[in-house]
Design a protein around this ligand. Sequence first.
Ligand code: GLU
Length: 303
Amino acid sequence: MASEIDSPRTPPRYRGRFAPSPTGLLHAGSLMTAVGSYLEARSRGGEWWLRMEDLDPPRELPGAADDILRTLEVFGFEWDGPVVYQSQRHHLYQAALQQLIDSGHVYPCSCSRKEITSVARRGVDGYVYPGWCRGGCRSQRDSHAWRLRVDDAAVAFVDRLQGPYQQNLAQDIGDFVLLRADGFWAYQLAVVVDDAEQGMSDIVRGADLLVSTPRQIHVQRCLGLPTPGYCHLPLLVNQAGEKLSKQTLAPAIDAAAVEFELRQALQRLGHHPPAECRSRAELWQWAGAHWSLARVPHGPCPL
Ligand code: GLU
């Protein structure tokens, strides 16, 4: 039998993704995230996939998914594999939920939002659910959500850009919803199931999702899935310090000004292409040769 030293394991191949929600068009903030995750994947010889996170039709903007893909194409992004749509993967989320029901990790919850918000205290990302339905549904209602039990212990990881980060899920978050009472899958479940099923080795995304990562690690552990590497890129914020988003009325990026927008995204990520790099191809070539996470700022980036 060959020893482990004689036959070093080849490290798992880098596979990353960009996973926009089609609730709005691509804006300067989401372009920054796309550029950062793309360059990180390519500079490590890895793959880069696209996943459309279209699980919440009422919040979606009609046509946004196609528009995002077209815009990415115009900017010169080249992705691997077919685009994956979460709306076509409900069976995977259902199977994961069933596994968690069978293992006793989740329980049905009939509490309304109003009941919770009137009593619960605020945690790091909304109200901390007080666990009322842990021992059985408190009230009879037609529909109920499924919540995942969390532990009173630290969930910690080291982000490749933001450094060590941890939460005590019981104190900071509370048992959280995986399937909403209205039948919609929660982001926290879908993202974990998809990242694992697609074999993602590294997640590079916006820093607004740092606060979600301990929940996702907990879901991974409950499902027996591996934890990928995480890297949370700086957020682009407006004058009020708010993340650029549809809610803060971020303008869509101008697909007619590709070189300008691309240069600006690179600069915001701490990379400054020389003036001679003018064309899209020259900018990408320079960025591919010079990309380094060490240059990327950690904190929010003002617009
Ligand atoms: N769909 C999420 C968003 O647009 C990103 C999810 C992720 O990268 O994990 O904010």
